[in-house]
Write a protein that binds this ligand. Structure first.
Ligand SMILES: [Zn+2]
Length: 332
């Protein structure tokens, strides 16, 4: 396959000097040409906006979980994080046209992956913090990143096809981000060395990327308090609560609509919880140099020009199926 069709863009974070945008809202939707908005430049609105065409979305947490928390506590933090976006107040009691269905069965996918033959929007903890699928454009994860979100999308239309969240599970040091993680009390995690980081705050930020929201423009006052501000303090819990700018973003991108709990959250190509081996146990190489045997990426009709954007949340700087009651019918 043509490896130029699938490529990674790794974006840095933490910037200080954006230029003022001529609008009150500071949020920045990701686009097929954007993504630089999470680096040092202003919000780039060129290209097609990234958006899920069917915003009935599933996710699955990798069964290996985190070294720092019980799996049930990880599930609680992750589910609360996605629910925060789903239940955002869009005015008059309305909420965004988004439904998340966490998987009953954990994923077995510890790397970002998109295949036309089946997918899982996986949430995996990595220790060591190494990119499982490095390539020329995305050679390594930033050691200062707490997490990255990889948003696979159609490069022409901007339709999001898959999103994967990788969380840095190494112990943090003075020169690297990472654990320990906790579900912190409302007043914040106690200070320490390095001190716990609030997992829900990290995942709520990454869940914003999962649905196509980039980092807000920090030159505007409304950004600084936002979940989608690129930086936060390690022990803070502020990012687990949306600010008005975050609500403006999700309500504009997914305006209140008609999705119901009976919607279809099966990923593109079908649910495939295991991304690393085939059903017969043969290893699947990382995208884009390898793919499932029936082909993926550019060679398949479903995925012309698919690409991915990797978003980081560093130093403080960061979601899948049907676990909620009454939603088991959506499993496949
Ligand atoms: Zn981010």
């Amino acid at each position: 396959m043509n490896d130029r069709c699938l490529h990674a863009v790794a974006l840095g974070l933490m910037v200080c000097a954006w230029f003022a945008a001529d609008r009150a809202s500071a949020y920045c939707q990701m686009t097929t040409q954007g993504g630089t908005q999470i680096g040092t430049s202003e919000c780039n609105e060129d290209g097609a906006p990234l958006v899920w065409s069917n915003p009935c979305l599933s996710y699955a947490i990798d069964y290996r979980g985190s070294d720092w928390m019980d799996f049930a506590d990880v599930e609680a933090a992750v589910d609360a994080s996605f629910e925060t976006w789903e239940k955002a107040d869009c005015g008059n009691g309305s909420t965004p046209n988004l439904i998340f269905k966490p998987s009953i069965t954990p994923s077995e996918c510890q790397r970002p992956e998109y295949n036309t033959t089946g997918n899982v929007n996986t949430i995996a903890f990595l220790n060591p913090w190494e990119d499982p699928c490095p390539d020329e454009d995305d050679p390594a994860y930033d050691p200062m990143a707490l997490a990255v979100t990889i948003v696979w999308h159609n490069q022409q239309t901007g339709e999001i096809l898959d999103a994967d969240i990788m969380i840095n599970d190494q112990r943090a040091t003075r020169t690297s981000a990472g654990g320990p993680y906790a579900n912190c009390p409302d007043e914040g995690c106690p200070p320490g060395n390095p001190g716990d980081a609030d997992l829900a705050s990290i995942v709520t930020h990454e869940a914003g990327h999962f649905i196509g929201i980039g980092h807000c423009d920090p030159s505007l006052p409304s950004c600084v308090e936002a979940t989608m501000f690129a930086v936060a303090e390690r022990t803070s819990v502020e990012k687990r609560t949306l600010a008005q700018d975050d609500r403006d973003a999700v309500c504009a991108i997914y305006p209140p609509g008609s999705l119901t709990e009976s919607c279809n959250a099966i990923p593109m190509g079908g649910l495939q919880l295991n991304c690393e081996t085939t059903d017969s146990g043969n290893p699947i190489a990382c995208n884009p140099t390898g793919s499932v045997s029936s082909g993926s990426g550019c060679s398949a009709a479903q995925a012309p020009g698919d690409t991915r954007v990797t978003l980081l949340l560093a130093l403080l700087g960061l979601t899948v199926l049907w676990r909620r009651s009454g939603q088991r019918d959506a499993r496949s």
